[in-house]
Design a protein around this ligand. Sequence first.
Ligand SMILES: Cc1cc2nc3c(=O)[nH]c(=O)nc-3n(C[C@H](O)[C@H](O)[C@H](O)COP(=O)(O)O)c2cc1C
Length: 405
Amino acid sequence: MSFGFGNDFRITVFGESHGKCVGVVVEGCPAGLLISEEELQQELDKRKPGTGLSSARQETDAAIIMSGIMDRKTNGGPIAIMVMNKDADPSWYGRNRAIPRPGHADYTAYVKYAGFNDWRGGGFFSGRMTAAIVMAGAIAKTLLRNKGIKVMAHLVQLGKVQAKEELTDEQIEVAAPKSLVWCASAEESSLMIGELEKARAESDSLGGIVECRVLGLPVGIGEPIFNSVESIISHGIFSIPAVKGIEFGSGFRLAGMRGSEANDEFALEGRKIVTKTNRCGGILGGITDGMPVILRVAFKPTPSIGKGQRSVDMMELQEAQIRVDGRHDPCIAVRAVPVVEAMVASCLADLMIRAQKIARIDGEGKREDNCKGMSKAEDKREYKGEAESRKSSKNDGDNLEPRRK
Ligand SMILES: Cc1cc2nc3c(=O)[nH]c(=O)nc-3n(C[C@H](O)[C@H](O)[C@H](O)COP(=O)(O)O)c2cc1C
């Protein structure tokens, strides 16, 4: 059983919704990557609860970097980052432990772990775990940005309200962050907010669809058959709770088209081979074709709702009613926009490293810069200092080599 995902850029999550913290360990990130703590925090802030349209749980979600980053640069080791749980209140779950919430993982977790599961807010099945994905994604996005790759997600459907389809990448990039629900078309954004408020007033919830676009990917990323771009991204995306569907490009609509309508014809833009349309979503044979990778992710409505529903008391083995109180998101898809972005970025960072498009040392050519300021004399002093401290140290396992050859 593993809580990790990925090969060359591997993320492992830990924590629980109402435990001490939620965190991530990232392995495989190249050394020397400049990490901006401000940007990391901005990514977390996009996801954190507490706005009018999300759960009322108040978490600051301040990132604590535990390891793997020194002088703002990655050191090649595991990067561990976490956020503390400061506003956990498991009281409702304690009172209703025996009655699983319909649509949530309470029942399956109880059976799988023979009652040892953390029942407080779904334990590690909680949407709170996605803070870990966002932290890993912030690092992946930095890696990709250094290669001129941009990952951007926005909400294209909430309940039955659909965003306008014909928006350009630039329009989406500017407009989506201004909308409370990450919807880039202003009129539909207001309609979505209205729907959401209505559902909340009726103690109910709504589903939605998040679209993600990746711009600037080179041709040739992805491996044939089992590690295609679609399979890796789908694996990652289905690790986000409440995801029930994914499609690439024109997706399910392709099934109703003819080949002449579905095929993306090739053309030349100067010396660059492009396609005139992008119904395949930038992927052919599981490999990127150089056009934007486009995917859409369907989220089900939030399971925890205030409306009365039928369930079963697992202790008494009798049917019961449940009405979920407390702090829940009226629409998961809204909260999940930065999560989708982060997960797609992590998957692509993994595939980029595997394709050797991202080197093991970031900014390989600038390697000498890392040692700037270390004159030979300083070097010697440092070495001597280390040797002295080694002599006096009882810990003989670490730091046995001088830092430079
Ligand atoms: C960002 C995010 C926030 C979520 N918030 C809630 C919530 O407030 N209440 C709830 O019941 N489920 C919430 N979920 C969904 C549950 O975690 C999820 O439905 C549950 O674990 C069962 O998994 P499944 O839907 O994938 O089968 C959230 C999911 C995400 C991604």
